[in-house]
Design a protein around this ligand. Structure first.
Ligand code: NAD
Length: 504
């Protein structure tokens, strides 16, 4: 760390905090390939401080957990307004640390804003239920109460949207939050924290602890953390789920993906080619809902590869602040790892139709560039097919039939997203029912559900029962309390009865 690079602090109890840990990590501008700042890597003591602030803000008669719905909604609407007005600022910060092009960053913010707007309807969503006179003079009502302090751990690829899948709902339902963002692009989290303060959220309701495994472990072990919402790679998701649930917490852990697009012979191949390019190379393929495999059912393979290659010829890789279609990868190491799959492809007998390694990027020489790459005739035994590459490498696998394609999708370890492209409604309907994947697109390549449905995959793409946002998110951040009450009128006494209560 040099003296002239700024250091990003934690946000605890409504203000910046250096914390006690001396450890830091460099933060890059991936389009420049340069370190722009360092971020603190919090210790167990730093997590303790953030959880203590969140606990203090939650508890007691004046705490956020007991605040009126009216008060919470005033803050939610103010936050929504500020975010809508200043979304451009947030997108610019995001591009400078993640690298995705500005229009894509703006799209990410918009999808996060959708969840904030959904949470603005919380009075209706979390209003519970009431049954009058379940027995003589007895009423039953169920209320949804907050959990307490909730932890959120997010990945690098959506530093704004993924935290916003969770915290608007957590806060609107009366919880207080400790967010541990990715250490690779952490500034967005602090910007959001300041926005909450501006919106009138009491200090300590929203806290940010920066860090790595040490902070994650401390959150998972902390007795005052009621739940953990995690998004990241599958091995870490599994680890977080197992460790968190062992510690008695409610955990939802969303993991990695390998999303297939099944193309039937009757599909509109121009729509397919546009969709494959958009979904394969948007955000440099660093999306958990990216399409990474196109399953081309015979005989569409050759024609489809031609159309995709033609479209790729027009793509500009470069600095997301300029006119580029696709930005850099997140780090030099990740770029090199992704590029390595192009060597593997050749070794494993596939043909590299478009090779992004020699790309002439519209940006600084040291940027973490890799151009869009297309690999045809990929064998399903190759790691190009089996690994989640998480970069701009699109594979084509030739299959003889719908059944062969479906078997590949259902045989894989992940079940995040998938899409079928066809003009046959019956085939699409069959696919919708046959496929073992949590989010399905029909002629839609990136089927991320809107905020009032829930987001989440199956199998190794989601550990736990609860999906993100939508009705599932409201359930995750609340626990139901059922109250049975009796008010006698006139006030008569029922007398002794040791039998199990029965309604009458
Ligand atoms: P990652 O698993 O490396 O990191 C995610 C979070 O875990 C970060 O906050 C990181 O600091 C923390 N972490 C890293 N190593 C850890 C360890 N050993 N112990 C405890 N915590 C640790 O993921 P990433 O590279 O930031 O993000 C990309 C991955 O996230 C991809 O696999 C992608 O598919 C997945 N993802 C999934 C979804 C989804 O909805 N299913 C959404 C976005 C991203």
């Amino acid at each position: 760390m040099t003296a002239d690079t700024p250091v990003l602090d934690h946000w605890i109890g409504g203000s910046l905090s250096a914390g006690e840990s001396e450890r830091t990590s460099p933060v890059y501008d991936p389009a420049l390939g340069q370190v722009t700042k360092h971020v603190r890597l919090g210790s167990g003591a730093d997590v303790d401080a953030a959880v203590a602030a969140a606990r203090a803000a939650y508890a007691g008669p004046g705490g956020w957990g007991r605040s009126s719905i009216a008060k919470r909604q005033t803050v939610m609407f103010a936050f929504r307004q500020l975010l809508a007005e200043r979304r451009g600022e947030l997108a610019a910060i995001l591009t400078s640390e993640h690298g995705k092009v500005l229009s894509d960053a703006a799209g990410e913010v918009a999808r996060g804003l959708e969840v904030v707007e959904f949470a603005c309807g919380m009075p209706h969503l979390a209003k519970g239920s009431y049954s009058q006179s379940v027995s003589t003079d007895v009423d039953v009502y169920s209320v949804k109460e907050p959990l307490g302090v909730v932890g959120i751990i997010s990945p690098f690829n959506f530093p704004a949207m993924v935290p916003m899948w969770f915290f608007p709902i957590a806060i609107a339902t009366g919880n207080t939050v400790v967010l541990k963002p990715s250490e690779k692009d952490p500034s967005v989290a602090n910007w959001l924290a300041e926005l909450w303060t501006e919106a009138g959220l009491p200090d300590g309701v929203f806290n940010v602890v920066h860090g790595d495994k040490e902070a994650v472990d401390a959150l998972l072990e902390h007795p005052d953390v009621a739940s953990v919402s995690f998004v990241g790679s599958t091995p870490i998701a599994r680890y977080v789920y197992e460790k968190g649930t062992r510690a008695g917490k409610r955990v939802q852990a969303l993991g990695g993906a390998k999303n297939h697009m099944l193309v039937l012979p009757d599909a509109d191949l121009d729509l397919v080619a546009d969709s494959a390019v958009n979904a394969g190379f948007g955000s440099a393929g660093e999306r958990c809902m990216a399409i990474s495999v196109v399953l081309a059912v015979d005989p569409v393979g050759d024609a489809l590869v031609d159309k995709i290659r033609d479209r790729m010829g027009g793509l500009v890789t470069g600095d997301g602040r300029g006119e580029a279609d696709m930005g850099p990868l997140i780090t030099r190491e990740h770029r090199d790892k992704v590029a390595g799959y192009l060597d593997v492809a050749t070794t494993d007998g596939a043909s590299v139709v478009v090779d992004g390694r020699g790309v002439e990027a519209a940006g600084a020489a040291d940027g973490f560039w890799l151009g869009p790459s297309l690999v045809d005739h990929v064998a399903t035994t190759s790691t190009v097919y089996t690994d989640e590459i998480f970069g701009p490498v699109l594979s084509i696998v030739r299959v003889a039939s719908y059944d062969e394609g479906l078997a590949l999708i259902n045989g894989g370890p992940y079940g995040n997203g998938t899409a079928i492209f066809t003009n046959d409604g019956g085939a699409a309907r069959r696919f919708q029912q046959d496929v073992e994947v949590g989010m399905v697109g029909i002629n839609v390549p990136i089927p991320v559900p809107v905020a009032y449905h829930s987001f989440g995959g199956w199998k190794a793409s989601l550990f736990g029962d609860a999906k993100a946002y939508g009705p599932s998110g409201v359930d995750f951040f609340t626990r139901e309390k059922a109250v049975t009450s009796r008010w006698l009128d006139p006030a008569t006494h029922g007398g002794l009865n040791l039998g199990f209560p029965q309604n009458s």
